[in-house]
Design a protein around this ligand. Structure first.
Ligand code: AHM
Ligand code: MG
Length: 335
């Protein structure tokens, strides 16, 4: 790419030429990107910024919060509450929705995020990220309530993540393919590095936490057993395994070179449908993967078709290279 295209220019052109994004949505995405730059700086400072370690509190899911979980949550709220583009926000780190205070104008969008995904990797200097999903507030009623957020993933109007790794990279969809931007620290702006990302349909790489194998259901066990059997098994080829324990990092690899990612339901907590959260993890990642030609399912249903019943609802997730995801889904329908 000879001429550098900034995120701002990309969004202006999406707005002007293709009519994909209204100006308020463009503003929203730019504000989220700016917040991600601040989070990136805090992540980079690490121990020097006093940001590592636990905060001594738990979130609504009963998970211990890290200092950076809370810092990233505050950065996203403070950046987004005053611009007039949002009605309310919801986050993995907040029990209930955060309605834009009365002193600011209220917009028509709803923003959901996991402010710092992959928290177990914060203190060990491994890639982590921010995941976000944007919905439109249903028209008609005044005010905003939690039920306004309970829309299926197919209703998203923008989704993306920012990965804080060797590079800070923002990956975005507004429903016209997936674009990737890397943070140019000298310029202080995100620069387009790839448009129309495509996930290969086939892969020889899978990502799953193998330590949970004894708790899995039969279809997932069958799929992984066949991968592990390699060239001598029914698949007739050797597979490679990767598990970063940061969904952003695993999905980023899959968007870049293919693969299949799974965090299935398991017997450890049989009443929960899975570990990952539907509305601010599976839905945005599912849409990005679909926009890049891949697929995302809970084994029985397309992720984006699931009607959420709760803000912090969990879901079983299988996503990535289309043919592999369809194979895992077919093993589910065979039982
Ligand atoms: P988090 O949002 O609290 O960080 O949890 C989500 C993360 C995902 O990024 C990752 O895929 C998974 O949890 C790893 O879980 P495990 O440690 O069980 O392998
Ligand atoms: Mg998370």
């Amino acid at each position: 790419m000879s001429q550098k295209i900034s995120l701002t220019r990309y969004l202006v052109e999406q707005q002007r030429v293709d009519g994909h994004i209204p100006s308020q949505l463009r503003l929203l995405i730019e504000v989220v990107a700016r917040a991600c730059k601040s989070v990136s700086q805090a992540v980079n400072k690490g121990a020097l910024g006093g940001v590592l370690g636990t905060a001594g509190s738990e979130n609504v899911q009963g998970e211990v919060q890290k200092k950076l979980d809370i810092i990233a949550n505050e950065v996203l709220i403070e950046a987004n509450e005053w611009g007039g583009h949002l009605a309310a926000m919801a986050s993995e780190e907040m029990d209930s929705i955060y309605v834009v205070p009365n002193r600011y104008p209220q917009g028509e969008y709803l923003l959901l995020f996991d402010p710092l995904d992959g928290s177990s990797n914060i203190d060990v200097n491994v890639s982590i990220g921010t995941i976000f999903s944007v919905l439109k507030k249903p028209a008609g009623e005044a005010g905003v309530q939690e039920k306004d957020f309970l829309q299926a993933g197919k209703c998203q109007v923008a989704a993306g993540y920012c990965i804080y790794g060797p590079q800070t990279t923002l990956v975005l969809t507004v429903g016209d393919g997936v674009a990737m931007f890397t943070l140019d620290r000298e310029q202080g702006s995100f620069v387009l590095v790839q448009e129309h990302m495509k996930i290969p349909e086939d892969t020889k790489e899978f990502a799953i936490n193998m330590s949970n194998m004894r708790h899995w259901d039969a279809p997932v066990k069958r799929y992984i057993d066949e991968c592990l059997a390699g060239a001598e098994g029914p698949r007739g080829k050797d597979f490679n395994m990767r598990w970063i324990a940061s969904m952003v990092a695993d999905v980023h690899r899959i968007l870049t070179r293919g693969g299949v990612f799974m965090y299935p339901w398991d017997r450890r907590e049989p009443n929960k449908p899975g570990k990952l959260r539907l509305m601010y993890e599976a839905n945005p990642m599912g849409w990005l993967v679909e926009q890049a030609g891949g697929a995302a399912t809970n084994g029985k249903q397309r992720i984006l078709d699931i009607q959420p019943e709760k803000l912090h609802e969990r879901v079983s997730v299988i996503l990535g290279s289309r043919n592999e995801v369809e194979r895992v889904a077919s093993y589910h329908s065979a039982v």
